[in-house]
Design a protein around this ligand. Structure first.
Ligand SMILES: NC(=O)c1ccc[n+]([C@@H]2O[C@H](COP(=O)([O-])OP(=O)(O)OC[C@H]3O[C@@H](n4cnc5c(N)ncnc54)[C@H](OP(=O)(O)O)[C@@H]3O)[C@@H](O)[C@H]2O)c1
Length: 265
């Protein structure tokens, strides 16, 4: 079962590092043309350079800088991408905070970045996918969407909402050849998560020990007992982006290392 996305154009929000960058790379390795997004042209150029150094053909890469939490930034990014057939809403912010100390403004920021950036990108690209009779929307959610960690309730709630966003827009796209799904990523080794881990464990610990301590104290239910690698999330995204996944829509698929102690989703 080969996956060939040649001729397809993908947009990956927040793809200058971490899971987004791995998704961009894997999609391009499968032949898709990929628009790489981050807030600044400099960071996007750095990401493109790293992808070319990793063997990706430059003609498969599009620079699509822009802050997708603003109307102007979102439009600039999409204008640079051309017609998007595979939308990956990867952008998401996270951080630990005492539940009772999270302000209204912070709740609102998580909602705007983690939920509304996805909704607005879907609104901007889904009509043309439906018109064309083919498309893929993938929303990168989190185990926190279904376990609501005490140290990041505001984040968990935003990711729970994203599951509903996926289910709802899948219904909107019913019968059109467009699928909409969530990917539930578990604790994954990225630059962003490294900062997060050091908020919770002794910042003097070398990284390998900090990772082990974090998993032992905060994610003991993980069945793989390690942080997931970004490529492991990206592999699921590439499969769901492919024609092979044409009967999978409106769902949430887990790449969480078995962390969520549940049979479903
Ligand atoms: N890492 C984990 O353990 C984990 C677990 C479950 C789910 N997730 C989810 O997976 C996704 C990616 O996580 P990650 O750890 O890879 O994130 P990360 O390392 O923090 O990277 C975030 C990316 O988003 C970009 N970005 C931030 N604000 C932006 C904006 N307003 N407009 C456009 N781009 C923006 C950043 O690029 P610039 O700085 O260049 O703008 C960067 O490329 C998130 O949705 C996260 O919630 C992560």
């Amino acid at each position: 079962m080969g996956i060939d996305l040649t001729g397809r154009t993908a947009f990956v929000s927040g793809s200058t590092q971490g899971i987004g960058l791995a998704i961009a790379r894997r999609l391009a390795e499968a032949g898709a043309r990929v628009a790489v997004n981050g807030r600044t042209a400099e960071r996007v150029e750095e990401a493109l350079t790293s992808l070319v150094a990793a063997g990706i053909a430059p003609e498969l890469l599009l620079a699509a800088p822009g802050d997708v939490t603003t109307d102007e930034g979102l439009q600039t990014a999409l204008d640079a991408s051309g017609e998007v057939e595979i939308l990956v809403n990867n952008l998401g912010i996270f951080g630990a905070a005492q539940a009772l100390e999270v302000t209204d403004a912070e709740w609102q920021r998580y909602w705007d970045v983690n939920v509304m950036s996805a909704v607005r990108l879907i609104r901007a690209t889904l009509p043309q996918m439906k018109e064309a009779g083919w498309g893929r929307v993938l929303n990168i959610a989190s185990d926190s969407a279904i376990v609501t960690p005490a140290e990041m309730i505001h984040y968990g709630v935003s990711k729970t909402a994203l599951l509903a966003v996926s289910r709802g827009f899948a219904k909107d796209a019913a019968g059109t050849g467009v699928t909409v799904n969530s990917v539930i990523a578990g604790p994954t080794y990225t630059e962003g998560v490294q900062d997060f881990v050091y908020q919770l464990v002794d910042p003097q610990l070398p990284w390998a020990e900090a990772e082990a301590e974090f998993m032992r104290l905060y994610r003991p239910q993980s069945l793989v007992q390690r942080l997931i690698r970004p490529e492991e999330i990206a592999n699921m995204v590439v499969y769901l982006s492919s024609p092979l996944a044409s009967a999978t829509t409106g769902g949430a698929l887990r790449v969480d290392g078995g962390y969520t102690d549940a049979i479903l989703p």
